[in-house]
Each structure stands twice: as structure tokens, then as C-alpha cells.
Design a protein around this ligand. Structure first.
Ligand code: 8DG
Ligand code: CA
Ligand code: CA
Length: 496
């Protein structure tokens, strides 16, 4: 019997005001976060998040407040609370404009966008009854494909989605792509919900939430933890697969083979009978650094270095940071860039020249370049892509000496960071941008939607009508969504 469940008690901490908070970027907005049902700890976390993004957050309610944000409260709850605080009655109209009385969705969308999003009807708290029915409606009308929904970076059901993602990962480790996909779909649906699930009953109305997922949701809502997930976290095989698949260049199949051969720790890979690829050797050598998340500040530093290197050879090359950072993430496991130029000639050989130059400057610890594959670029029904790509490990000059490998005399003044550099012809750029922005689940769903609903094949080179045997050009991501008959989903809402 496992030592669970332990009812989780949240530690409540006082609201922390970040003393080094940057100056206010949006002076017309003053947010007040209602602590009731949110808790002091979460309020403190959200306060510093908003301050870091340049929002002004009031610690006390006052007439200066423009946006009152609360979680799991009704309009009347918040209104009565404000009236008690100020001692003055407010108009209890649902179209209350000043201050706006809002659900947390306005806050999370604004944080993802990095600026205040316009207040829409869906952000406003309704009076008690209509709010409940609005949420119920939202649950039963979730669109089935992730590319038909908006999925912000921060959402309301992270305890449940984290558990479902662990179960999905365990399924992938066992070689079951079908179960992995099922858990990913359920987690993705919950990430898109406008509010926190209140009961397992509500999950019954949700698309892709089958019996297993409902049981997980019920356990988490009742006990705070899911036994199956807690058991996985302490299971040797799961821990070991997590360790091994976390090495650059190691996929599930390789990790599984090594596990069967008795590999349990990184040190076990020193066995000369285990043949390692060059990627894997570099991944093991820099394992500790590569496990540390790359911050947005570090990603910007990498961007400056590669821009400088590439522009030495072609000054007007276009370089775009993609992947998680383009979706508004503040950290990631690597940094992804797309490189393009209207003239094909300008792109010829430029990546190799820039990589060789960076190598000569001691900026690269490792790189592996894949040349453009005409066959893969022209193959229309595959998600494998044929772009010229450099998978690199940068020696990023230190921004903060505390974060470097080792600390003794002769300590490094750099830290290892994984970087993907992808060269794309100009006409393929919108497709490559869409394909490399992610999330992985969003991309998988977009391709599935294109194929099953529109009979079109989408990959990061183009969109193809396989019946008419022709490609359908597009000059922007917006146009690709329109061609597929989808509402445009901006990158901060592709965190499916
Ligand atoms: P993170 O690094 O912040 O942790 O997450 P991420 O940025 O979302 O994930 P990623 O693993 O860096 O992948 C970014 C996107 O790029 C994702 O949608 C998947 C896509 N991608 C690869 N490899 C390839 C590839 O070989 N071809 C294409 N077309 N897309 C790829 O990761
Ligand atoms: Ca990435
Ligand atoms: Ca990547």
C-alpha cells in the first residue's frame, strides 16, 4: 500500500511585493486581485508575475483600481466584498464598466499576451446563476480539435493536467502512442477551459475525457493527488526512462533498450559496450546544464549572438525566435530559430558559414547539421521535415556566474544551452513558422484537422491537396488558418 492519499493543504504566504519590480508599462491599468478563494500564496505569485510584465497591481482596494480580478467567485460575491471594503453601494449592473469585475481569464490572457487584452463579455463575471450556466455551456461546447480552441499558457486546471501529462508520458514510455495521445487530448481540453473544474461530474460533458481521465480528475479534486501518478513518480522504471529520455539525442526506444540492458544512471552509460551517437555523447557531457531551463533573458542573448553571426554573411537575413518562447513561455528546454530570406541565393551556405564562425569564436560546444532534403521537402504526406537544420549546444557566455557549470578555480564562464537553427525558403516560411511554433500537441491536432476535416496535407513546407496533386500557397500564418477554415489562433493561445 502506498503512503497516499495525503490531503493537500496549501501553505498560505503573505502577498509578496517584488522590491525589484520593473516600472509600470501600462499606466492606465491598475489590477486588484481578490484573495478570497484564490489564497494568499497564489495571489502573491500572480502579483509578482503581473509586476514583472509591467502591470500595476494594487495591494489594497481603492478608487484607482480599474480591473478587479477574482477566481471562483460570482459577480455578486465580488460586488458585496467591494461594498464592504469601501462602505459604498455600487451599481449592481452586469455591464459594470468601472472597475471591470473580471474572471481570472482576462488576467491569464493578458499575461500570455504581455499586454492588457481588451475586456470582452466572456471575461466579465456574471451574476451567480448565469455564471454557473455560462461555465456549464463552456464545458459542453469545447471544440474537439486543439487548433479550434484557444489555449493560454496559464490556465485553471494545472494540478489535473500535470497528472494527466505524467500518465501520458508513462504511456509513451511503455510504447503506447494511442494512450499517450488520449491523455494529451484530455489534458489539452482542460487547459482550454475558462474556469477551474469543480467536480468530476462536470468532466463528463467534456470531449476526450473518458472514464480513466474522469477517475483521475475525481481523485485530484477530492484528495489533492492521484495515486497512480504518485506511484509512477517513485517507480524506478519511470524515473529511469525520464532520466534517459531527458538526454539530448535519446528517444523512447533507445532509453527502453538501455533500461532493459541494466542502465539506471548516467554513469552506467560509460560502459564501452554501449554505443553512443555524437549527439548523445554531447548530451551526457552537458546533461546538468541542459536540464536547467533556458530563461527568456538567455534566449534573447542567444538571439543576439546568432543574429550577429548570420548578419556577418547576409546582413538582411530574417531571423525569428519560434518554439515555446514565441508562445509566451518565460523558459524552455531549448531555443528555436527560423532563418529566411527572399532570395534563395542568400540562403545558400549561410548557416554553415555562420556556424563555422561561431565555432571559431568558441561559442559552440557541439553542433550537428542536417542538409536540406529535397525528397522530404517534396513528400506531401509526412510530418518529417526536410529543412536545413543545425542542432547545436551553445557555450552561452555567462549572464549570471551562479548558473555556470562548476564553481572552482578555472570555472566556466559559460553555460551550455541547446539551440535549433532552421533555414527555410521564403515561400515555405509561413508553414515553417506555424510548424515550429508548437506546441507539439497543437501541431499534431492541426495536421489531424487538415487531413480529416479538409482532406489537405499540412507540414512545415506547405499545404497540399493530394487529390488534385497541387500545393496551396500562403503568405502568412493567418492565411493558412483561413485556408483551413479555422479562426486564427495567435501564438500565445497555441499552448495546447
Ligand atoms: P520548450 O523548448 O519550451 O520546452 O518547448 P517547445 O519549444 O514547445 O518544444 P520544442 O521541442 O523545442 O519544439 C518546438 C516545435 O518545433 C514543436 O512544435 C515541434 C517542432 N519541431 C521539433 N522538431 C521538428 C522537426 O524536425 N520538424 C518540424 N517541422 N517541427 C519540429 O521539435
Ligand atoms: Ca523549444
Ligand atoms: Ca527545439
Amino acid at each position: 500500500m502506498l503512503p497516499f492519499p495525503i490531503k493537500r493543504r496549501r501553505k498560505e504566504a503573505a502577498v509578496a511585493i517584488d522590491p525589484g519590480a520593473p516600472h509600470v508599462v501600462f499606466p492606465d491599468i491598475c489590477i486588484f486581485l481578490v484573495e478570497r478563494r484564490m489564497g494568499a500564496a497564489r495571489r502573491g505569485f500572480l502579483t509578482s508575475l503581473a509586476q514583472r510584465k509591467g502591470f500595476s497591481v494594487a495591494q489594497e482596494y481603492s478608487g484607482a483600481v480599474t480591473h478587479v480580478v477574482s477566481e471562483q467567485n460570482s459577480f455578486t460575491d465580488v460586488l458585496s466584498w467591494i461594498e464592504r471594503k469601501t462602505g459604498k453601494p455600487m451599481q449592481s449592473a452586469e455591464d459594470q464598466m468601472s472597475p471591470h469585475i473580471l474572471d481570472i481569464s482576462w488576467f491569464t490572457e493578458s499575461m500570455s499576451s504581455g499586454k492588457p487584452v481588451p475586456v470582452e463579455a466572456t471575461h466579465r463575471l456574471g451574476i451567480l446563476g448565469s455564471q454557473v450556466s455560462k461555465d456549464k455551456d463552456a464545458l459542453s461546447t469545447v471544440a474537439p480539435y486543439a487548433c479550434q480552441r484557444r489555449t493560454p499558457l496559464t490556465h485553471h486546471n494545472s494540478e489535473i493536467t500535470e497528472a494527466l501529462e505524467i500518465l501520458g508520458k508513462a504511456a509513451a514510455f511503455q510504447g503506447s502512442e494511442v494512450r499517450n495521445l488520449a491523455f494529451s487530448r484530455a489534458a489539452s481540453v482542460l487547459k482550454s477551459l475558462p474556469s477551474k473544474l469543480q467536480s468530476a461530474e462536470e468532466a463528463r460533458n467534456l470531449v476526450w475525457c473518458g472514464g480513466h481521465c474522469q477517475a483521475v480528475i475525481q481523485e485530484i479534486l477530492e484528495d489533492g493527488v492521484c495515486h497512480e501518478v504518485e506511484a509512477l513518480k517513485i517507480c524506478e522504471q519511470y524515473q529511469c526512462m525520464e532520466l534517459l529520455t531527458g538526454i539530448f539525442g535519446v528517444g523512447v526506444r533507445t532509453a527502453e533498450r538501455w533500461y532493459k540492458d541494466g542502465v539506471r544512471k548516467l554513469r552506467d552509460l560509460e560502459n564501452p559496450n554501449i554505443k553512443l551517437t555524437a549527439d548523445q555523447r554531447a548530451g551526457i557531457e552537458h546533461y546538468t546544464d541542459l536540464k536547467q531551463p533556458v530563461t527568456l533573458q538567455e534566449a534573447r542573448h542567444v538571439e543576439r549572438l546568432i543574429t550577429d553571426a548570420l548578419h556577418r554573411f547576409v546582413p538582411d537575413l530574417e531571423i525569428t525566435m519560434t518554439g515555446g518562447f514565441r508562445r509566451g513561455k518565460q523558459q524552455g528546454h531549448d531555443v528555436d530559430f527560423l532563418i529566411t530570406h527572399p532570395s534563395e541565393e542568400s540562403l545558400n551556405g549561410v548557416l554553415k558559414k555562420a556556424v563555422d564562425w561561431m565555432d571559431s569564436q568558441g561559442l559552440l560546444l557541439y553542433h550537428h547539421t542536417k542538409v536540406r532534403s529535397r525528397v522530404l521537402a517534396q513528400r506531401r504526406s509526412t510530418h518529417m521535415d526536410g529543412h536545413e537544420t543545425c542542432y547545436a549546444i551553445f557555450a552561452l557566455p555567462s549572464l549570471d556566474s551562479m548558473r555556470c557549470e562548476a564553481g572552482a578555480p578555472g570555472a566556466h564562464t559559460w553555460r551550455a544551452v541547446r539551440v535549433d537553427l532552421v533555414v527555410t525558403p521564403y515561400e515555405e516560411y509561413p508553414f515553417a513558422l506555424l510548424g515550429w511554433t508548437g506546441s507539439k500537441h497543437f501541431e499534431r491536432e492541426l495536421r489531424r484537422y487538415s487531413w480529416h476535416e479538409k482532406n489537405l496535407s499540412l507540414n512545415s513546407h506547405g499545404l497540399y491537396d493530394t487529390q488534385k496533386n497541387c500545393s496551396i500557397p500562403a503568405t502568412s500564418e493567418e492565411e493558412i488558418f483561413a485556408l483551413l477554415g479555422l479562426d486564427y489562433v495567435p501564438p500565445p493561445y497555441r499552448n495546447a
